[in-house]
Design a protein around this ligand. Structure first.
Ligand code: TXE
Length: 491
């Protein structure tokens, strides 16, 4: 049976009855169909969410009771983690070991926000009038539309739903039309936990009309979006209609900076892990490798050899270290970028194409490294979102910082060096929101995640991510009510 929407506490097909097939990127076989919704389906979800928020009971449910449901959901996810991992691998392509990590992280995300729901959130303020107690409380924003991409189908659902629900919002999730699979089981578990109808819903379908309807609707109070910049801009423009609260998590072209005193073995592993984890389809990927010249001489020949040894294959095969890209169209886009790099005069250190063997049926691209790049090249400036690394060489700390910041993006970045003071100096001058010293990629539910510059607006995860799903209300209480004596003719 085609995967169904979850609206007002029930699994339902699209009003039109239409469906859309989805695929396994390792061989492009069709593995199922999901509801192909229209604006009407989205509208039904919005109306149910509006009622659930305006009339309750979810926003009024005590934080402890909300937390209990999210803890239970986390337990259920954990108990089916292996199944979730296999689903994301089949539908997204990533190796099983990565999908297993995502499943564990998803449970952890629900658990973290369940815990946070019951922690103190308000403040009191010392104000100029001794008769006034001035305090703030945090309240849910309202109906939240949550639009997610295909690179972390399950985990991105958690990043959106967990803080949204913990704070008492009514959430409508729109998964990517390319990766609907794991969300269907997530919503089976949500149904099993039993949230009030309309508190948490899901609508499958295309960005336009489903995502665009959520972004435009005056009945939606907040839109949270993760995806590409072009779509992000459309979402922001649509959201301006009723001044929705927005959060946008967009792309990146993040620098992985390595000074010459870095242990070459460590440098090699993290250069590769930074870009090839998740096939490079990771917003925070270290897609630019900035090497201090003496390290480059030693590292690059080793990097070329090591890339050839990466086991590229179907994610469901346990020994696969890198899987296929999400779709034929995306594979073509990445191969076109590689072509553009060659035309612009960059040199391929390794990789550069697809495969002619059994992998030809899937969307595989070889781990690819470009050297002899120039800062103005497309492959250095634009997000490729695939296994393509651009190497840039620097001679001084100042030059490293300049090259690192010479990008429209500002999501992530790393610096590798044994000089602790230099590491701090460089990282502080990096115009990016998520940074690492002597490592790359570790991401924590507890810590804020968000980009500078064109990489987005707002912050997810951590306490910041919870606050982003709340409004702040100021409450002033007078301890000694008396006439203000303002209008002389009264009384
Ligand atoms: O993403 P889209 P695409 C980047 C990456 C990639 C590029 C394009 O560079 O190559 O974006 O990817 C929904 N109104 N990232 O086209 O379109 C869509 O259905 C509302 C980085 O696949 O951004 C999906 O659910 N919603 C990124 C979601 O937006 C719309 C992850 C994301 O799809 C919509 C993915 C509309 N008009 C891609 N049109 C990251 N930051 O991690 C589409 N959508």
């Amino acid at each position: 049976m085609p995967l169904q929407n979850y609206i007002n506490g029930k699994f339902v097909p699209a009003v039109s009855g239409e469906t859309r097939p989805f695929h396994n990127p390792a061989d492009n076989s069709t593995i199922g169909e999901a509801a192909e919704s229209s604006a009407e389906d989205a509208q039904r979800a919005i109306l149910a969410a509006r009622k659930a928020f305006d009339e309750g009971p979810w926003p009024q449910t005590p934080a402890g009771a909300r937390a209990e449901k999210l803890f239970k959901l986390a337990d259920l996810i954990e108990s089916r983690a292996e199944e979730f991992a296999a689903m994301d691998t089949r539908n997204n392509g990533k190796p099983l070991r990565e999908a297993r990590f995502d499943a564990a992280d998803t449970a952890g995300c629900f658990r973290y926000y369940a815990g946070l729901a019951t922690k103190p959130h308000g403040q009191t303020f010392e104000v100029g009038d001794p008769n006034i107690v001035c305090q703030t409380v945090r309240e849910p924003v309202g109906v939240c539309g949550q639009i997610i991409p295909w690179n972390y189908p399950l985990l991105m659902a958690a990043w959106k739903l967990a803080p949204g629900l913990a704070a008492g919002n009514c959430c409508i999730l729109k998964p990517s039309e390319l990766t609907p699979l794991s969300a269907s089981v997530l919503f089976e578990l949500i149904d099993e936990v039993g949230f009030p109808p309309g508190a948490v819903q899901m609508v499958y379908g295309a960005g336009d009309p489903v995502g665009s309807h959520l972004a435009e609707s005056p009945l939606v109070d907040k839109i949270a979006f993760t995806g590409g910049g072009t779509t992000g801009r459309k979402v922001m423009v649509a959201a301006a209609s009723n001044f929705k609260k927005i959060s946008l998590e967009l792309g990146g072209k993040s620098p992985n900076i390595m000074f010459a005193d870095t242990d070459p073995a460590l440098a090699l592993e993290f250069a590769m892990f930074g870009i090839f984890a998740g096939q490079g389809e990771v917003c925070s990927a270290g897609s630019r490798l900035l090497l201090e010249r003496p390290l480059a001489a030693e590292l690059l020949p080793r990097l070329a050899q090591a890339c050839e040894k990466i086991v590229v294959g179907p994610g469901l095969e346990e020994d696969s270290e890198m899987g296929p890209l999400i779709s034929r169209a995306h594979q073509k886009k990445v191969l076109d970028y590689i072509q553009a790099g060659c035309v612009e005069g960059a040199e391929l250190l390794c990789g550069g194409g697809a495969y002619n063997d059994r992998r030809a049926a899937g969307n595989f691209v070889q781990p690819t490294v470009f050297i002899n790049t120039r800062p103005e090249m497309q492959i250095v400036r634009e997000e490729i979102f695939g296994p393509v690394l651009a190497v840039q060489i620097f001679d001084t700390e100042e030059e490293a910082i300049r090259l690192a910041n010479d990008t429209e993006y500002g999501l992530a970045g790393a610096v590798f060096t044994r000089d602790g003071a230099r590491a701090q100096r460089v990282i502080r001058r990096l115009r990016a929101g998520i940074t690492w010293i002597n490592t790359y990629h570790p991401t924590f539910n507890e810590a804020p995640w968000g980009g500078y510059k064109r990489s987005g607006i707002g912050i997810e995860l951590g306490t910041y991510g919870y606050e982003a799903y709340t409004e702040v209300k100021q409450i002033n209480t007078c301890l000694n009510p008396q006439s203000p004596g303002w209008f002389k003719g009264i009384g």
